[in-house]
Ligand binder design. Structure first.
Ligand code: NCD
Ligand code: ZN
Length: 348
């Protein structure tokens, strides 16, 4: 850490990523595998991953897409109203399911099968609490009467507090937090509650979506909030608290699905993920805390060993292309057309 031109970090893990399936899986997995040793892979495929067999088959497809690398996909179960506690327990015991994901029904991309009321999954949550399996939470209410910018805060009040009360020992990750409310809520809870933070919610506020016109490539869910919230999320990320860790939420959508009359939510940030986080920690004068955020806090929360190998970042220009080829289309990466100040060099 003494040389500000070069950083050597324990290899990071991505605790929240969408790798998709089929040709898109084959196109995007290498970007994640290049920087990260492990990743928590989201289960929101069509159809969603709700069984051990489906997760095992998906893991095989990811391993094939990452062949020749040391990348380890960690699989998640997509919770539905009729989630089977026995299937969850068996899948966790067999090392197939690392965690389970709670999508409130219709909160985001491919979440139509999500949970309509957490009371419907009590038995599953009791099992998870007993076996120490983390619950990963998309923390937004879906009530159309709630303003989209308030949905995370209202989720805390209406759902998360109830979960904490009813399952006080359940490990929970508040995924991709975007508000001061979420950052403060997580900081005030016990060690069984943590949060992931994306690059975009550290870099942009909601103005970015409307700068000079509608900017679909800055649209993701939860949607970026006002500046005071971005600053609070930044403070949490660089605070050194073990409750906050890296989760990119990299969510590729073909360019024509983004630039559309009804554009998909999701930002594809995998290609320059660690560079994007490094820029933030540098701006905050906190480069000495990047390694803990990127490579230690998440593994400790999940009860997994730290990676032993290291990566090198150097302070030299990293120009981000306007788009990248993927499957039979193109993807627009986060920071497209910008030049980032830190560059991922490779293994140490
Ligand atoms: C994700 C996707 O596209 O799968 N989109 C997003 O905006 N983050 C779904 C999600 O994580 O909400
Ligand atoms: Zn996501």
């Amino acid at each position: 850490m003494t040389d500000p031109k070069r950083l050597i970090l324990r290899r990071p893990d991505d605790w929240h990523v969408h790798l998709r399936d089929g040709a898109m899986l084959d196109a995007v997995t290498a970007y994640t595998a290049r920087q990260f040793r492990r990743a928590i892979v989201m289960p929101n495929l069509t159809p969603p991953i709700t069984t051990v067999a489906a997760a095992q088959a998906y893991r095989d497809r990811i391993r094939a897409a990452a062949a020749g690398t040391a990348f380890t996909p960690l699989m998640t179960l997509y919770l539905t109203d009729d989630a089977d506690p026995a299937e969850i327990e068996a899948g966790h015991a067999a090392g197939i399911f690392t965690a389970a994901k709670l999508y409130p029904a219709n909160a985001t991309t491919n979440s139509a099968h999500g949970v309509t009321d957490v009371r419907n999954i009590r038995a599953a949550l009791e099992t998870m609490q007993r076996i120490g399996m983390p619950l990963l939470i998309h923390g937004e209410v879906t009530d159309p009467d709630v303003d989209i910018f308030d949905r995370e805060k209202v989720f805390i009040d209406r759902v998360f507090t109830t979960l904490l009360r009813d399952f006080p020992a359940l490990k929970m990750v508040f995924e991709h937090i975007t508000t001061r409310d979420a950052a403060e809520f997580v900081a005030a809870t016990g060690p069984n509650v943590a949060a992931t933070i994306t690059p975009q919610h550290l870099h942009i506020n909601r103005n970015a979506i409307f700068a000079g016109g509608l900017r679909p490539h800055f649209y993701c869910l939860p949607v970026a909030k006002r500046e005071e919230h971005r600053l609070a999320v930044r403070r949490a990320a660089v605070s050194g608290s073990p409750k906050f860790f890296l989760g990119t939420d990299s969510a590729p959508h073909a360019v024509e699905r983004k630039e559309s009359g009804c554009g998909c939510a999701g930002i594809f940030n995998a290609p320059y993920a660690i560079e994007s986080y490094a820029a933030v920690f540098d701006e905050e004068g906190a480069l000495d805390r990047l390694e803990a955020f990127a490579s230690e806090h998440g593994a400790r929360f999940y009860g997994l060993p730290l990676n032993e190998d290291r990566i090198v970042l150097e302070r030299s220009p990293a120009p981000v292309p306007d788009s990248l080829p993927a499957a039979d289309t193109r993807l627009v990466p986060f920071h497209a057309g910008e030049t980032l100040a830190w560059r991922y060099v490779g293994p140490a």
